[in-house]
Write a protein of this length. Structure first.
Length: 194
């Protein structure tokens, strides 16, 4: 099955207060952690949707498809649409956020392998039964994803199809995202103990 990967790196990070993708975490920018967590060999195409030219350049260096989003203010639905259009004809798509620096490449690869055992199901990375990201959507859900508007994302599609959702368990720290500078500092502190 052809699976596309969409790295969502277009947001304004209002809660963070600045472009968090450029913020240093463990000696490298946050976006670099996200791109390194993509097991490219598992995907037919990897699209990185962003408003930042430096992220587009980094995506090219990885051999990924840079997708410019000139309207991050249109919400996450626009990022989803641009990403899906770029990866083309795929049987499924994995959506990965770009602010989970402790997410491991091996975990994402294992989640994809798990999905391939259940290719008609929605699959979300989780810990203790609580869903997080990345999430994988079979192509049957693409029309609903493409119909999303404003800041409604994949979660609203999943909520309509909870009976089709399977969870793939991962360590809690891999699902943590850096919504604020305090959260990022706490993750840096915690990761020293991991």
């Amino acid at each position: 099955m052809r699976i596309g990967c969409i790295v969502m790196a277009a947001g304004d990070a209002r809660r963070f207060g600045e472009n968090k993708l450029a913020v240093d975490f463990g000696g490298k920018p946050l976006i670099l952690w996200a791109l390194e967590a993509v097991p490219a060999e598992r995907f037919a195409a990897v699209a990185v949707v962003t408003q930042y030219s430096e992220v587009e350049e980094l995506a090219r260096e990885f051999g990924f498809l840079p997708v410019h989003n000139p309207h991050p203010d249109w919400g996450i639905s626009h990022t989803i649409r641009l990403g899906l259009e770029k990866v083309g004809d795929c049987g499924a798509a994995l959506f990965q956020v770009s602010d989970q620096p402790l997410l491991r490449r091996e975990t994402v690869a294992a989640e994809v392998d798990f999905f391939l055992e259940h290719p008609d199901k929605l699959v979300g990375l989780s810990h203790g039964g609580v869903r997080g990201n990345p999430c994988i959507f079979p192509a049957a859900y693409f029309p609903e994803l493409l119909a999303l508007t404003e800041d409604h994302g994949g979660s609203s599609v999943i909520r309509r199809h909870e009976e089709d959702l399977l969870l793939f368990e991962a360590p809690a720290q891999e699902l943590e995202d850096a919504d604020t500078r305090c959260a990022l500092l706490a993750m840096a502190e915690k990761s020293r103990l991991v």
